[in-house]
Ligand binder design. Structure first.
Ligand SMILES: NC(=O)c1ccc[n+]([C@@H]2O[C@H](COP(=O)([O-])OP(=O)(O)OC[C@H]3O[C@@H](n4cnc5c(N)ncnc54)[C@H](O)[C@@H]3O)[C@@H](O)[C@H]2O)c1
Length: 272
């Protein structure tokens, strides 16, 4: 159901690789809610993924940007300002990648070149994105920035590897920028800590299926899907969440508050 919550708003959405990507669903919902969009992804993802298909659906221009390069963010925000005739109202950072995860290097035997790449792509890029927008004055007053996180920033999920460190940094960057951008222009910055979601990045983590099912068993409402996440992002981009900033918001069907569920206990007693 559409409520036109974003009518007249302009936004930038990063990270839509294919129809499984969380960003893909966010873009579709934002479009449905009346927003004008610009899409972005890494140049290689533009060639390998399906972003142009999405761009057609949501009538958006696609501007390539490697999230680790400040100059690419500069070009993106400058171009977006031209396209939209001024600043944008919301930005989604939906970017993550760990070469250590990809190459099966465990947390106890990390390759440090890979490690710094993980942190750069998955966390420092959030800082670069916001700093560029801040200096170009590319986000309108009461604008909203959202980054996507995961509960491994607070609790140990061994296979999530160095992405856990990246998410902890991402959440800290949201808090710090939320302060500075809030003072300067009332721009709010939050992270959404999303349930395990079957996407390219998600399923790349060893044992994804198991912790997806575990989370499903633990969450009273069940795992939040990419569509659910899209609804939550729409709310955070809308004027209905104007005073929410510097928060890490769990969007996980209640998973983060449960110690053990009856469903899980039942499963264990059956297997005892
Ligand atoms: N899938 C999950 O279970 C889950 C759970 C919580 C949080 N998240 C987070 O959601 C976000 C989106 O991931 P997803 O699950 O939709 O997977 P995805 O693989 O569809 O999206 C990840 C995106 O990051 C982009 N990317 C990688 N390196 C880049 C670079 N250098 N420059 C620009 N873009 C780059 C990829 O091209 C891709 O589009 C990530 O931050 C991820 O950590 C995912």
């Amino acid at each position: 159901m559409a409520y036109q919550l974003l009518r007249g708003k302009k936004g930038i959405i990063s990270g839509a690789l294919d129809e499984n990507s969380i960003a893909w669903h966010v873009a579709l919902r934002c479009h449905e809610e009346g927003a004008s969009l610009t899409l972005t992804n890494a140049p290689i993802a533009l060639r390998m993924g399906k972003i142009h298909e999405l761009a057609e659906k949501v009538q958006a221009e696609v501007i390539p940007a490697d999230a680790t390069k400040s100059d690419d963010w500069k070009n993106l925000f400058t171009r977006a300002k031209e396209i939209h005739g001024g600043g944008v109202d919301f930005v989604l950072h939906s970017i993550g990648m760990s070469p250590n995860v990809r190459k099966n290097k465990p947390y106890t035997d990390l390759d440090y070149d890979f490690y710094f790449k993980t942190l750069d792509i998955s966390a420092a890029s959030f800082h670069k994105m916001i700093q560029t927008a801040y200096h170009l004055d590319a986000i309108n007053e009461w604008g909203s920035i959202v980054g996507l996180s995961y509960i491994a920033a607070q609790r140990v999920f061994p296979n999530y590897n160095d992405m856990a460190d990246a998410k902890a940094l991402l959440e800290s960057i949201a808090r710090c920028w939320g302060y500075h951008y809030g003072i300067k222009k009332k721009v709010r910055v939050n992270t959404v800590s999303q349930s395990p979601t079957p996407t390219t990045a998600g399923t790349g983590v060893a044992g994804f299926d198991v912790f997806y099912r575990y989370a499903e068993f633990m969450s009273p409402l069940g795992n939040a899907t990419a569509d659910d996440c899209a609804n939550w992002c729409v709310l955070l981009f809308s004027d209905l969440s104007r005073k929410v900033t510097m928060q890490n918001l769990y969007h996980d069907g209640g998973y983060s508050c449960v110690g053990v569920s009856e469903k899980l206990m039942e499963l264990f007693s059956r297997n005892a």
